[in-house]
Design a protein around this ligand. Structure first.
Ligand code: ZN
Length: 227
């Protein structure tokens, strides 16, 4: 545990909630920032708020509704269906989203005296989002430091993990059941295991099944050794 302040970019989904548990374990003071950008479901903001309350961390909600003006698409608009054509970015892509979110988070972080910024972006499973790449995060970290003359450290605990390994991390943090039951990943707004049909649910379930298979195997191996 480091005696320092950290700010987590927090949506109430599996990845950012795993990051929140990770931050709570590693830093003495943790706050969260949630971006309201016309998500398909206000439920996402409510879900994030209830998780922040459960974990006793402050949540700041920033209005980013201008994103739907800049980039009208399936994530910011209710009248656009989600599609993901083979070999293309899904139409939930918002250009520059992490650039904007991390920049706003950094401004808030500096004001509260926090150096550590934590985001759940991931290059391994990434759907082609250029601002989820490690090289982008490292580049932005330098830019943020120069822009505010401040030593931010941007942490990406999930950067090199696949979905199964993210579940494993949540288990190691003692948060597996909580994250499985309380986070919202589903595009149809169903908390926990979700609708099971949308692309987000399918990705989440594939990782979960893969992890559970490994966990059950090692559990039965342990059981066998003890028996
Ligand atoms: Zn779903």
């Amino acid at each position: 545990m480091i005696k320092d302040k950290a700010v987590v970019v927090f949506s109430g989904g599996q990845d950012s909630t795993t990051c929140l548990f990770w931050a709570k374990k590693n830093y003495s003071e943790v706050e969260t920032i949630t971006f309201d950008y016309g998500q398909r479901h206000k439920l996402e903001i409510e879900c994030a708020a209830s998780i922040a309350a459960d974990l006793g961390v402050k949540q700041t909600v920033l209005d980013m509704s201008l994103l739907s003006q800049l980039a009208p698409n399936a994530l910011t608009r209710h009248d656009v269906d989600i599609t993901h054509e083979e070999g293309q970015l899904p139409n939930t892509t918002v250009d520059g989203r992490n650039l904007l979110f991390l920049s706003f988070a950094a401004i808030v972080a500096k004001q509260i005296g926090a150096r550590h910024l934590i985001t759940g972006v991931c290059e391994t499973d990434f759907s082609g989002y250029p601002d989820c790449r490690d090289v982008f995060i490292k580049s932005l970290n330098v830019t943020l430091n120069l822009s505010m003359d401040y030593n931010f450290v941007v942490h990406t605990p999930l950067m090199w993990l696949n979905k199964a390994e993210t579940w494993q991390m949540s288990d190691e943090l003692g948060a597996f059941d909580y994250i499985r039951n309380r986070t919202l990943t589903c595009y149809n707004g169903i908390i926990g295991d979700g609708c099971g049909e949308c692309p987000a649910c399918k990705l989440r379930k594939a990782g979960l099944d893969q992890y559970l298979a490994v966990r059950n195997d090692s559990a039965s191996l342990k059981g066998g050794a003890e028996g």
